[in-house]
Design a protein around this ligand. Structure first.
Ligand SMILES: Nc1ncnc2c1ncn2[C@@H]1O[C@H](COP(=O)(O)OP(=O)(O)OP(=O)(O)O)[C@@H](O)[C@H]1O
Ligand SMILES: CC(=O)N[C@H]1[C@@H]2OC[C@@H](O2)[C@@H](O)[C@@H]1O[C@H](C)C(=O)O
Length: 362
């Protein structure tokens, strides 16, 4: 199960795996958070970021404790809905702060009460997938590449698998199985915030608002001039990392449709900026995550990239399930002590196991 940066809910999926190979893919669902939990998680994210700047977010903070409990209960509902017969649960939790080495620290913080989830479900729970990597000097993200590689075992290479969530990330898989991965930039996050502010909707549904406007070239150029894009991988982002440049870019003053079009072009442009960091051009880009449902984003991506861009469904995958499925496979890898991260994915010094396990496998 994964609770992503867009704070929309918990994604859960059932997967048959030994952590290396993927067998049957079972049911999946997204259990949305209610507006109250979404608002409180957002406030927690803001407070964790302020705390990182020195204002303190104590571990017994009442909002923190309350959010952790509500989030964990929602995850238990997701287990009851899709994983009643599962042997093992992978529980990512919600990232509220991400400051890996080179980006202001050596800290990544996912909230969720794994012990409570184990108690509620009666199942072993793998959790805390990122800390060991960050402690070893890695980025702690992205973690999905090892799963992408297993899923794409039979597909022609080199291949790029792109996730467009609140933040974007890409996995490049070479012909010999080599992996290069990194966060590409903000994806739907800024667009969601813009849509919420200008239309009251949770996102720009199907890209309708963006399609009615035009990208502002100077604002776009200022956004894409952010030094993150020229940084070589490994690299990863916190959802709020681009807050300042977004405020200072002049985007704020744009009309609603032009602002949305500019943020769509920014999402596509940040992926295209990642192309130069790949060892070789991929044969194609397979896109998962909610951003593939935004027609304006998919058009802009295809315009920005020289290779074909197709939704994950083009090769029979479920683009909404990939992250949750990944944490099922990663959970099995935690249980078996297999590496989760690699020099090419997070900058780990060597293939590195990670995660913690509560309980025992049957
Ligand atoms: N029909 C749609 N039209 C436009 N955008 C959509 C649509 N459906 C989903 N989205 C976008 O996808 C986002 C959710 O994507 P997803 O669930 O992949 O993100 P996440 O997993 O929370 O984030 P991350 O991968 O960064 O952790 C929504 O916030 C919205 O921006
Ligand atoms: C710190 C954190 O939670 N990062 C997320 C976020 O959401 C997308 C992108 O940024 C990705 O790198 C990562 O999640 C996916 C599941 C990953 O680790 O592969």
């Amino acid at each position: 199960m994964m609770s992503g940066t867009s704070l929309d809910g918990v994604d859960a999926a059932w997967v048959e795996t030994d952590g290396e190979r993927i067998g049957r893919l079972g049911p999946r669902l997204t259990l949305p958070y209610d507006d109250g939990l979404r608002r409180d998680l957002r406030a927690l994210l803001d407070r964790a970021n302020a705390a990182a700047a020195g204002n303190g977010l104590p571990p017994d903070d009442p909002l923190l404790l309350d959010c952790v409990r509500r989030l964990t209960l929602r995850h238990a509902e997701a287990v009851a809905a899709v994983a009643e017969d599962a042997d093992l649960i992978g529980f990512h939790g919600q990232t509220i702060l991400h400051r890996p080495a080179g980006r202001g620290g050596g800290l990544t913080w996912q909230v969720g009460d794994a012990a409570l989830l184990a108690e509620l479900t009666g199942k072993p729970v793998a959790h805390d997938f990122r800390s060991a990597d960050v402690a070893a000097g890695g980025q702690g993200a992205p973690l999905v590449p090892v799963f992408h590689a297993a899923l794409a075992a039979e597909l022609p290479k080199p291949l790029a698998v792109l996730n467009l969530g609140g933040v974007g990330n890409v996995t490049w898989i070479g012909a010999n199985g080599a992996l290069v991965a990194f966060d590409t930039g903000p994806a739907n996050g800024p667009l969601d915030d813009w849509a919420r502010r200008h239309t009251g909707a949770a996102c720009d549904w199907d890209g309708a608002l963006a399609a009615a406007g035009e990208a502002h070239p100077e604002v776009l150029a200022r956004l894409l001039a952010h030094p993150f894009f020229s940084l070589p991988p490994p690299k990863s982002l916190d959802r709020l990392d681009f807050g300042r440049v977004l405020r200072e870019s002049g985007a704020e003053g744009l009309p609603a449709a032009d602002g949305a079009a500019t943020l769509v072009a920014f999402c596509a442009g940040s992926v295209a900026a990642g192309l130069r960091h790949l060892p070789a051009p991929p044969r194609e880009w397979l896109v998962g995550g909610g951003g593939r449902r935004n027609a304006a984003v998919m058009r802009a991506l295809q315009a920005a990239l020289p290779q074909p861009v197709r939704p994950a469904e083009a090769v029979g995958w479920d683009g909404d399930a990939l992250e949750a499925q990944a944490f099922g496979v990663l959970a099995a890898r935690v249980a078996r002590g297999l590496p989760l991260t690699f020099p090419g994915t997070t900058g780990a010094p060597r293939p590195l196991p990670g995660g913690s396990l509560i309980g025992r496998l049957p």
